[in-house]
Write a protein of this length. Structure first.
Length: 360
């Protein structure tokens, strides 16, 4: 088996186990910089870039090194796409929906309200048209994407007051992850705020925010949101399975050798699967600790979910009218999702529903 086949078929684990650094002797040293949108304090989502960089270095025998820089270190957390597009950095690690303001279609590369769960997103990207369609879109920004993680279904955020009906959102200043959910919540009467993760706690503490969503129990507990907002709602219907991405400058990627391109792809796959597994492993303990500290964990009412779904469908239709890229990619995603929902209803959902009622 040649070295390229080994990378493709065995992945990083097999390569490292065999002690092989593919074609290291033939490779010139490569040094890249990666700009993250996340603070270092979040070892899960920021840590995904570190897992990636470590894998790249290991597989290249130290010939390909990527330095990872937290949000704000090289550029603002929401400025990383501009940095990749103009070549200021070779790559970034971020959530595509942060850049919804550039074009609504960005959100389709990560999560939309009432969209795909993490497994369905992975299936659409890898074996549907997802990656192909998104990279055709990203090419307009001089970049391509690789999956860089997934959080799994998120929580519905932290609130200073109970949310009993859709009317409770009216006038609420709420930090939301991306402009798409902001458009939806605006229809429900909320006042969306776009604030990086590292600044949310202070805004809640000072009262400049009434509510905020971030990810889930593990990250939220680390950021201390339970200390300034007692009500924790679920589910995060706007992020059923949000993909975090590595965006790479197209010229920089094209300049890599075939071996280094394969290393990037393999390392991204490792980082992506590791992030989701880490969230799934750490969230249960964090949730129990939050409940023990008197956090009130509550479900959104059916009325809230119904109103949110209706508002989301209205926004999706509006996006289709103003963005041909959204219209094309959204249609493909929904077609894929219909079959996924059908399949999950017979297997995954039925099994999960049964197990959630059993005493183990």
């Amino acid at each position: 088996m040649d070295r390229r086949s080994l990378i493709k078929n065995a992945g990083i684990a097999g390569v490292l186990a065999a002690g092989i650094a593919p074609a290291v002797h033939a490779q010139a040293a490569v040094r890249w910089r990666l700009a993250s949108s996340f603070p270092k304090s979040l070892d899960t989502i920021y840590g995904g870039a570190e897992v990636f960089a470590k894998a790249v270095k290991a597989m290249s025998g130290g010939k390909f090194e990527i330095s990872v820089h937290a949000g704000g270190e090289l550029m603002p957390p929401f400025g990383v796409v501009d940095g990749v597009q103009n070549g200021s950095v070779e790559m970034c690690h971020t959530v595509p929906y942060y850049f919804y303001g550039k074009n609504p279609a960005f959100a389709l590369g990560s999560a939309i309200p009432f969209g795909l769960n993490s497994r369905q997103m992975n299936a659409w990207m890898m074996h549907g048209n997802g990656r192909k369609l998104m990279n055709e879109f990203y090419a307009k920004y001089n970049m391509l994407s690789f999956a860089g993680g997934n959080t799994g279904c998120q929580m519905g955020g932290w609130y200073r007051k109970e949310i009993k009906s859709p009317a409770d959102f009216k006038g609420m200043k709420m930090r939301l992850g991306g402009g798409l959910i902001g458009d939806v919540m605006t229809k429900l009467g909320a006042v969306p705020q776009s604030i990086p993760g590292g600044e949310i706690y202070q805004s809640l503490e000072k009262g400049t925010l009434d509510a905020a969503e971030w990810v889930g129990p593990y990250d939220d507990q680390k950021l201390g949101f339970n200390k300034v907002a007692p009500f924790y709602y679920y589910p995060g219907w706007w992020e059923g399975g949000p993909e975090v991405d590595f965006f790479i400058n197209q010229k920089a990627f094209d300049g890599l050798s075939a071996e280094n391109k394969a290393i990037v792809e393999a390392a991204a796959a490792v980082a992506s699967s590791d992030m989701l597994a880490k969230y799934d492993a750490l969230n249960p303990t964090a949730l129990k600790q939050l409940v023990a500290s008197k956090t009130k964990v509550l479900p959104f009412s059916q009325a809230v979910l119904d109103a949110s779904f209706k508002a989301s469908m209205e926004v999706f239709e509006e996006n289709g009218a103003k963005s041909p890229e959204w219209k094309k990619i959204y249609a493909d995603l929904r077609t894929f999702q219909r079959d996924q929902v059908l399949w999950f209803r017979f297997a995954e959902s039925a099994f999960d529903n049964f197990m959630s009622k059993q005493k183990l």
